[in-house]
Design a protein around this ligand. Sequence first.
Ligand code: UDX
Length: 460
Amino acid sequence: TNMELRITVIGTGYLGATHAACMAELGFEVLGVDVDPAKINSLAAGILPFHEPGLPELLRKHLATGRLRFTTDYAEAAAFGDVHFIGVGTPQRAGQHSADLTYVDAAVTSLAQHLDRDALIVGKSTVPVGTARRLRGMIDDVRAQHGRTGGRIALAWNPEFLREGRAVEDTLTPDRLVVGTGTAATASPDDQVADEALWAREILRRVYATPLATGTPLIETDFETAELVKVAANAFLATKISFINAFSEMTELVGGDIRILADALGHDARIGRQFLNAGVGFGGGCLPKDIRGLQARANEVGAASAMRFLTEIDDINLRRRDRVVHLATHMVEELKGARIAVLGVAFKPESDDVRDSPALDVAARLYNAGADVSVYDPQGNANAARRFPRLHYVDSLAEATAGADLTILATEWSEFKALRPSDLSPRVRKHQLIDARNVLDPTEWAEAGWRFEALGRKAH
Ligand code: UDX
């Protein structure tokens, strides 16, 4: 049966840990692999090293069923697996815009040097177009160097579209599955490359032939299309957000209401309302680095002009942070010594991730300009404190806003969306608030005597 296929997941961060637990949930025997023993020990003990709703339960469930195990040993992984998913990180290179492929190359090399049996390697990491084809050659070279001649090897690229905070549901019920192989579907079947592609597709169809994936569109294509689908999707989402934020810059000057503008646009089914929430902009471990990486790759392949708009998307996004800092500076008159409460530091709600977080960036900039900044995030404090230790991290909204001259709602946790003027009025020193996520009702706050500013509105 399909369940006889044994699966390894290499790299047990967000993507990998989720994929491993979900594959176990689908009935497979799964081995999670990582070079970081601390991470592996934690996962093996049922402790997830990051916040992701539903995932700790799934992890513990399948540690108990015995379908999910963890190791740091590549030799064990190579002997165990029929299918090896690669889910290691591809961060932005320090000081550059391109993606750092060190971890992908290392994972594939470490695996290939032990592979002496049939195996399908499946890349899930987000990579610059051209990476899969390069890796395919590298796998043969590494195996040859280590005298590994046994078995048949294939490579496929199967990008992951999961969102943080919804990683489990996105993995178990994806919108689509994309599988790229070394050749197009139309290639002649007696060609050796085509043979490998057919074999890879057949195995991945079996992996995904589970009740949960029934009815999910499965797109089988070449390496390059598969690699590009992922970055194109993220570029499109980033573009939608920066598009509405660009209109925020207009309405801030001429008047108008950005939320109503977005709603009205969204009624056009061709446009759609999602990802048109104006605010302090996008952050996180994917959107910012992926649009930069795509631009960098485009430059390398001679398509600089085609992707130049992404630089603009990035600039619009970063200008939103400037806007909040500017508004804050203006409202407190003198940043030095001003008490500012920042509500939220995670890059979005339901996440403890502060990578490229607009909220943390704004908080840090206000601190650096002399403000006394208190921060409260329901999940993100610890990660933020590791990155920027000098802010005053507190454990409740009440503590953060006590004596504040200005309150900034920077991440739209439901706890903050439910805020009423009466919750804050007795606590703060000055009744001033910036809604950097456009989630509160301006009229209500104005009527309660607050100076209320939101992004995408003309300042009072
Ligand atoms: C994103 C993609 O959605 C996902 O498909 C891909 O696999 C990884 O990158 P994620 O980074 O988890 O997922 O977050 P997402 O929910 O897309 O939000 C990204 C950022 O955009 C957040 O900072 C969020 O606050 C911001 N955002 C989103 C807006 O500012 N406005 C919106 O309307 C939507």
